[in-house]
Design a protein around this ligand. Structure first.
Ligand code: GTP
Ligand code: MG
Length: 605
């Protein structure tokens, strides 16, 4: 993504949100004339306002659009309706009304469940659309859905084909970014989930705000990334005005434990009882930052809700700012994150390995070394009065917020391919033994202790954001960057193979070898389940596959047979799926299991 500059007033911004936020806003060409940088605070304010006038309605299918549009238009002016399906195949429509007042009118005309007395309706922006009791007629409209299936997962096979057909590695990196970055609807839904909690909790807290942070808002998020939420005491000017003499009495928490822990216990209970869509609530209340984790089934989001962690929000703002300064930063970060996941340097569970946040700092630091980004120290020095921010524990999070105030600097003209290659080479040679990575200084600094990997927290320099990383994991990182540099370089020489450019870097290793094994002839098509069971003598594919399987080594043959057996088993299993829902299948190894799971999902292997 590149710098988010406003080339017109708010109406233009609105238009860009209506089309494809990320394409329009973030894919600005370097040649566009920047006029006004849209700050993180402005984006957040606009997104929050958008959520305050939006609803998510469960519907029967995408063809419910005309009826839903007609029905809501009785009460409100509808700006747009976006359609998506969750992983359970349920259909939803996100409706954006033109004003908050409009939305209130719609909500005032909502009803509760008619038949089940045990259902206690929750006033939240998540609703469902009941079938009409009789024949209702709505005026014919020329309007249509703004987006259909807006949250569909990226089709990995199609993406693979597209990447294969790119002209250059830079094109591949840009394409990977365009196809996988969090889209407009993804961002809207994240703000809706935050809004839902705000509405539910607002009857208990006078001045509560719930805000997304992390990769959902910092520009480095991909479709399906988790949702980090922070619950804060929103101290607005009105709420703190000295001339307001009547003040709410407070409830003092008793019992010795931190009041935040108690609040989070309540929040967790409310999530379980009063938040439609929230499921599998987990309390992690004894951590330094108490967190409540939950899944939001209607939006398919995994959420982490914490309390008063404004430094996390300022960190997201800093990353957003750095990512906005050059249109190569975000594609590069996403490519590196994807590579790290493919080679299992990162993992969904926390542990003794690096996570996406410190990995992102590694990329930003490398770009500072290339003089493509300024140091955080420079941003702090350029800060003005309006940039002062103090987070909890008096942590100073002041830095320049307006990127357009940065002095013009030459940022070099290396393309994404060169930058990716140099990134791997840079860390293949980095002195991790003695040096720490400091995005604050924009230079390596002396390591203050013997921890294997030291990445200075740019907002709290006494802290190491990678303190959890073990020696083994650091060694793996060093090995993998060397491998990646070698692989990328080798792939550039000679004819483009099936894993040329970033393809070899971003494909999961487990699927890569089996895919190679099952590739049909010289084509890029892979053996499908059908192929494995195809016995027709006159089918050239079948003959080719058979002879290919005959040429395989014993282990490889075992793998294919295992795959076939697994599929047979899988089919048998699916026939009895209802009775056997609890019985999990046994596979020889994870490779085979992953492939069979892919087949299960109806994809061609
Ligand atoms: P993914 O969730 O993996 O897509 O990336 P993420 O950037 O959202 O990372 P994560 O969910 O782990 O953390 C959320 C945000 O919390 C980060 O983007 C940072 O802004 C902030 N954060 C994470 N770790 C630290 C830390 O050690 N110190 C501080 N101050 N902030 C952190
Ligand atoms: Mg996150």
């Amino acid at each position: 993504m590149s710098v988010l500059f406003q080339t017109g007033k708010l109406c233009l911004y609105k238009k860009c949100l209506k089309t494809s936020f990320c394409k329009y806003v973030f894919l600005r060409k370097a040649s566009d004339v920047p006029r006004q940088f849209v700050s993180f605070d402005e984006i957040v304010a606009q997104r929050r306002a958008e959520a305050r006038r939006s609803l998510v309605v469960q519907v029967n299918s995408e063809s419910s659009f005309t009826e839903l549009y007609g029905y809501c238009s009785k009460y409100a002016t509808v700006n747009d309706i976006h359609h998506y399906k969750n992983s359970g195949g349920e259909h939803f429509m996100l409706i954006e009304c033109s004003t908050e007042e409009n939305l209130k009118d719609v909500l005032q005309n909502c009803s509760s469940h008619q038949k089940d007395l045990d259902v206690m309706a929750v006033p939240s922006p998540f609703l469902w659309f009941r079938a009409a009791p009789g024949k209702e007629k709505y005026p014919v409209t020329t309007r249509s859905l703004a987006v259909k299936d807006g949250c569909n997962k990226v089709d990995e096979d199609a993406l693979y084909e597209e990447l294969l057909n790119c002209g250059t590695v830079s094109d591949q990196i840009q394409l990977l970014y365009d196809r996988t970055v969090l889209n407009d609807l993804g961002i809207r839904l994240r703000y809706m989930v935050a809004r839902q909690l705000e509405v539910i909790f607002s009857s208990l807290y006078a001045n509560i705000a719930i805000q997304p942070f992390g990769s959902s808002v910092n520009g480095f998020g991909k479709m399906g990334c988790d949702l980090d939420l922070v619950l804060t005491n929103a101290l607005t000017n009105e709420m703190t005005a000295a001339n307001r003499r009547l003040v709410y009495q407070e409830k003092k928490t008793e019992g010795g434990r931190s009041p935040w822990q108690r609040h989070m216990e309540l929040v967790a209970a409310l999530l379980e009882l009063r938040a439609p869509g929230a499921a599998r609530v987990q309390r992690v209340l004894h951590a330094r930052v108490p967190i409540v984790k939950y899944a939001h089934d209607m939006t398919d989001l995994d959420c982490d809700l914490c309390y008063n962690n404004t430094s996390g929000v300022y960190m997201s703002e800093l990353l957003y700012l750095l990512g906005s300064m050059d249109n190569r930063v975000r594609p590069l970060v996403l490519a590196v994150r994807r590579w790290a996941r493919a080679v299992t340097l990162t993992c969904a569970q926390p542990g003794r390995w690096i996570t996406n946040f410190p990995l992102t700092l590694l990329v930003l630091f490398f770009l500072q070394q290339q003089r493509l980004l300024p140091s955080v120290r420079q941003l702090v020095q350029l800060a003005r009065k309006g940039d002062i921010r103090i987070a909890e524990d008096n942590l100073n999070c002041t830095f320049l917020r307006d990127a357009s105030r940065l002095p013009a600097a030459s940022r070099g003209d290396h393309n994404l391919q060169t930058l990716l290659m140099q990134f791997f080479e840079y860390y293949a040679q980095f002195d991790f033994q003695d040096k720490a990575i400091s995005v604050y200084e924009g230079n390596p600094v002396r390591k203050p202790n013997a921890l294997p990997l030291y990445i200075v927290n740019p907002l709290e320099q006494a802290l190491n954001v990678s303190r959890n990383v073990s020696y083994e994991e650091l060694e793996r990182l060093r090995l993998e960057v060397r491998n990646a540099a070698w692989q990328l370089e080798a792939g550039l020489e000679g004819k483009k193979g099936d894993d040329w450019g970033i393809l070899g870097l971003i494909e999961q290793r487990s699927t890569r070898s089996l895919k190679k094994l099952l590739r049909v002839g010289n084509s890029h098509r892979l053996v499908s389940v059908k192929d494995l069971f195809n016995d027709k003598e006159d089918d050239p594919n079948s003959t080719e596959i058979k002879s290919k399987v005959q040429r395989l080594s014993k282990t490889e043959k075992d793998n294919v047979n295992e795959l076939k057996d697994s599929v047979v088993k899988d089919e048998k299993n699916s026939q009895n799926v209802k009775e056997k829902q609890t019985q999990s299948m046994k596979y020889k190894n994870t490779q085979v299991r992953n492939e069979v799971n892919r087949i299960r999902r109806g994809k061609i292997v």
